[in-house]
Design a protein. Structure first.
Length: 132
């Protein structure tokens, strides 16, 4: 399978929305997604996506990682997810960031982060947000 990444564009939102809904994940507000997002395709079929949130410090955040719920070869899905995360890491480095942070409550995704050099820094945490 030939894998490629392309930048997210607002026309991709419906696809990601369908993935989030299929997995019972909260659907992101499209106005709150950063312009730096990536979608990985395999033989031109979308497989997974994620976003790089840039801060005004030297830390960036990997978030809203999601994969298609369509049946697929496990090895191909793993390659696509690793490519996605590696692409976000590369973009963060290019942007001059020193730390890339990611949070998740999905064991498989956490183990993937660790396999790609992330260090687990906390557990059993709750995240909070407030509409401004």
């Amino acid at each position: 399978m030939k894998f490629e990444t392309h930048l997210y564009s607002p026309k991709d939102f419906c696809l990601l929305e369908s993935w989030w809904k299929a997995k019972n994940f909260p659907v992101a507000d499209p106005e709150l997604l950063p312009p730096t997002g990536f979608i990985v395709t395999g033989d031109s079929v979308p497989i997974c996506a994620g976003f790089l949130f840039k801060t005004d410090a030297k830390i960036a955040i990997l978030n809203h990682v999601v994969a298609s719920s369509s049946p697929m070869d496990k090895e191909d899905r793993n390659k696509a997810m690793n490519l996605l995360i590696s692409r976000v890491i590369l973009e963060a480095r290019r942007g001059g960031f020193k730390i890339l942070s990611a949070a998740c409550n999905i064991d498989r995704l956490g183990k993937r982060y660790e396999s790609l050099g992330f260090v687990k820094t906390d557990s059993d945490e709750s995240h909070y947000g407030r509409v401004l």
